[in-house]
Write a protein that binds this ligand. Structure first.
Ligand code: 475
Length: 824
């Protein structure tokens, strides 16, 4: 590696290499040094927030050494790298994770300090959290990998519940962020708008030149990603936008046009200002497209710059670089690389296109039509004129191939065209992503089957089945077991020969032998109870409601969405309430107490989702204050569900709900988190629930409801046949309409969606089996020994669902990359 330090100073440099610290003493010394010299505080005014700052600065010092080494080694060895392009990285807190990964967790026991940290919430839900788990696994498995994303000034909004309604509050999280390193010297000029000129170059070749328009500057901010129990520390590079020409345009400024120069600056900064708060929905806003191109162009420029330093020929690009597209959001990267290769580097189209398609892989995360990205051709033309030309060319060559293979099928051409011939014409990003990648994967078996047989069916015909594959999602056991549930992790370690299971989760199977051991079961149950006590305390504090920790804790926490069917859950809760009310006091005494816990954000513009939140809170307000009911039923809505709350909630559930309409939830990942923490699942045959069932056994999960293959017919029948509502559900609706939970007018739309508007999500079809299955849950829970055995057995069989397995699969079947071990 070329060193930029002049010869005379190199010796001094080497002599003065920072050494980090190795033990508790060194760590403490570093913390005190930061309190006194970085923060200019003393022992007498070091509050918890200052303690957090100093501790994280100390830990970050330790991370940097591994980080520098990792980067140097990867460059020196010229290793193939993976680049994970994601608009979302839902990281949560970093300190606890860093302490664990560098092996200082036991040195510093400091819950109060850890809880000072603000979540890094640069994501909406599943897709963003998956990216964060992947970064943890990539580093832990020593893969040379970088994440690329946007450094939003505002992450996902904070949710407040006021009078039962969601209110959004901005999440300004950057006040003090010790985990990022601004690289003011690493910048990329990003061009927007303008026009394309054709000219002839020196060699007499016609070339396209993209000119004019405006330039925005991308500035890199780097976040170290430490692996668990390895010195490997990878990099997450987040781009921030700023106006070109520094603070403001001095030309304009000096000409007296102060306001417009400030406005330019603000417009530039707006690009990375805020995360779009939609989960499983694309709304086609111009600023979103700007974000996408800004981030993709900066990242590719960076990747290409790194590649060019190696002085290799372009034909070796895909031996050095694998780029994974996290959904279609970064699809413009395909077009941008093609543009760089043909317009800037002078390659021929075919040669360039070969490199491009061998570089990219595309992961699909949803089949919901409203989430599939399409951009109006006119908007792309305006913002990225040269890219639109290239998209048209990609489409032309692609359709020519299709026409050759399917000569008589004109409708095929219309169906698969990257350009949808609608009014206005649209660019179909998923199709562009498929055509520009060498592998396309879904995130659970059912989902991968569904994309092959429904939305991408024609492409399987065209490319053959090998281009399409499945990689079932996973989660990192470091955060989601060891960090979230330290006592359970310790108990597991005592039976699995130490912490090795955290790196090889299949070793959990050694627990199975202890599933029926009474002593082990007692210890297991005691930990679950303690976790429920902790959550109960939190509920008391946050909601002012006293819950009984011995009750069955029934949890549904995830983004609020009609397809995830929180409405089914709350209708079921109302049914339970009515059933209890109808009982004699004696009969009631025999019932099992339950706490129904909900949490999750609704997209600010998603009115129905907000109605659902309101209904949950309205039901809680009635049920929780009903003296007939007492402990038998409590309904809790936890405000502002996020990663750090999930870490507290997952360990405290007895049963969690993953009850999407079959065929709609691509995978789900919280299902895995809950089972790994010793909770059981009530769920539909959807997403990864199916594989979880296969692994842990049918007797250890509560499945209900219609199957994906029947959904279409049922929907058809709702619309064209006679649609009769389930009798019990009808009673629930009648109660809502009586005004039991407040003005029935408020919840009219939720009822009408089922009764009058075709019940698209099959709430009525699944209601009976849902209620029945909940009775089975109650029954099973009464036999605590059996229940705990089920939980232990389920955990023992969860080894498959680690994101480590997932990353190894991507590495082998999509990226063709290998680990590179960094020595301490
Ligand atoms: C699935 N987000 C989960 C998870 O694979 C799955 C889409 C468009 C615009 C904004 N956000 C999105 C998603 O599609 C998304 O989060 N999908 C989720 O990905 C990881 O486990 O089933 O819904």
């Amino acid at each position: 590696v070329e060193a930029s330090i002049p010869e005379p100073q190199r010796d001094a440099w080497k002599r003065n290499q920072p050494e980090g610290f190795k033990d508790k003493d060194g760590f403490e010394k570093e913390v005190v040094r930061h309190v006194e010299t970085t923060l200019a505080r003393s022992m007498f005014n070091c509050d918890e927030s200052a303690a957090y700052s100093a501790t994280s600065l100390a830990i970050r010092y330790r991370l940097i050494t591994g980080w520098n080494k990792t980067q140097q080694r990867q460059t020196y060895r010229d290793a193939k790298r993976v680049y994970y392009l994601s608009l979302e990285f839902l990281m949560g807190r970093a300190l606890d994770n860093a302490l664990l990964n560098v092996g200082l967790k036991d040195v510093a026991k400091m819950e109060d300090i850890i809880s000072q940290e603000h979540d890094a919430a640069l994501g909406n839900g599943g897709l963003g959290r998956l990216a964060a788990c992947f970064l943890d696994s990539l580093a832990s498995l020593n893969y040379p990998a970088w994440g690329y994303g946007l450094r939003y000034r505002y992450g996902i909004f904070k949710q407040e519940i006021i009078d039962g309604y969601q209110v959004e509050v901005p999440d300004y999280w950057l006040d003090f962020n010790p985990w990022e390193f601004p690289r003011h010297d690493v910048t990329v000029d990003i061009q927007f708008f303008g026009h394309v000129n054709k000219t002839t170059n020196a060699a007499g070749k016609t070339i396209s030149v993209w000119e004019g328009g405006e330039t925005v500057v991308a500035v890199a901010y780097d976040v170290p990603i430490p692996g668990y129990d390895t010195p490997t520390t990878n990099n997450l590079r987040l781009w921030s936008s700023k106006a070109s020409g520094g603070e403001f345009d001095f030309q304009k400024f000096n000409n007296g046009d102060y306001e417009s120069s400030v406005a330019d600056q603000q417009r530039a900064e707006t690009i990375s200002a805020v995360l779009y708060p939609n989960d499983n929905l694309e709304r086609g806003k111009e600023l979103r497209l700007k974000q996408q191109y800004f981030w993709v162009a900066a990242s590719l420029h960076d990747i290409v710059r790194r590649f060019k330093k190696s002085k290799r020929p372009w034909s070796e690009f895909c031996d050095q670089v694998a780029i994974q597209l996290n959904d279609t959001h970064p699809t413009l990267a395909i077009v941008e690389l093609q543009r760089i290769l043909i317009d800037t580097e002078g390659l021929e189209w075919d040669e360039a296109w070969d490199i491009v398609t061998n570089t990219f892989g595309y992961t699909n995360h949803t089949v919901l039509p409203e989430a599939l990205e399409k951009w109006p051709v006119g908007l792309v033309q305006h913002l990225l004129p040269r890219h639109l030309q290239i998209i048209y060319d990609i489409n032309l060559y692609f359709l020519q191939k299709v026409e050759k293979a399917f000569p008589k099928d004109r409708d095929m051409l219309r169906r698969v065209s990257i350009i949808e011939e609608s009014q206005p014409k649209m660019v179909r990003m998923a199709y562009l992503a498929i055509v520009g990648s060498h592998k396309v994967n879904g995130v659970a078996e059912l989902h991968s089957d569904l994309i092959r047989t429904t939305i991408f069916k024609d492409f399987v015909q065209i490319y053959g089945p090998d281009k399409f594959t499945n990689v079932t999602n996973g989660i990192t056991p470091r955060r989601w077991l060891h960090q979230a549930n330290p006592r359970l992790s310790e108990l597991i370690a005592s039976k699995c020969g130490g912490n090795a299971f955290l790196k090889d989760l299949t070793q959990l199977n050694r627990l199975e032998a202890h599933a029926k051991d009474p002593q082990f079961r007692r210890e297991w149950a005691e930990i679950k109870y303690a976790n429920k006590v902790r959550l109960s305390r939190y509920i008391k504090e946050a909601n002012g409601v006293t819950v009984n920790p011995a009750a069955l804790f029934d949890v549904q926490v995830k983004r609020i969405h009609e397809y995830k069917r929180q409405q089914l859950n709350i209708f079921g809760v109302i049914h339970r309430y009515l059933t209890l009310k109808a009982m004699s006091p004696e009969a009631r005494k025999k019932q099992l107490p339950r706490v129904s816990i909900f949490g999750g954000k609704a997209a600010p513009g998603y009115w129905m989702a907000k109605q659902i939140i309101h209904l949950i809170n309205a039901v809680g307000a009635v049920v929780n204050n009903d003296e007939d009911i007492g402990d038998l039923l409590k309904v809790i809505f936890l405000e502002d569900y996020n990663v750090s709350k999930a870490e507290m909630i997952c360990p405290a559930s007895d049963i969690s709900e993953h009850i999407s309409t079959a065929g709609t939830e691509a995978s789900g990942t919280s299902n895995m988190k809950f089972v790994l923490n010793g909770g059981l699942i009530i769920g539909t045959c959807d997403g990864a629930n199916i594989e979880i069932t296969r692994e842990i056994g049918e007797s250890n999960i509560f499945l209900f409801g219609n199957l994906a293959e029947d959904v279409e017919d049922l929907r058809h029948a709702h619309t064209y046949g006679s649609h009769s509502i389930d009798g019990d559900l009808d009673k629930v609706f009648n109660e809502i309409e009586k005004g039991t939970f407040g003005s029935p007018h408020d919840f009219g739309a939720l009822v009408a969606a089922v009764r009058q508007h075709g019940d698209y999500y099959l709430v009525s079809d699944d209601f009976h089996s849902y209620i029945q299955t909940h009775s089975l849950v109650d029954e099973a829970y009464r036999n605590q020994d059996e229940w705990v055995s089920k939980c232990i057995t389920a955990v023992a069989r969860m080894g498959f669902f680690t994101s480590d397995r997932c990353i190894d699969e991507y590495a082998e079947s999509i990226w063709n990359v290998e680990p590179l071990v960094v020595r301490e």
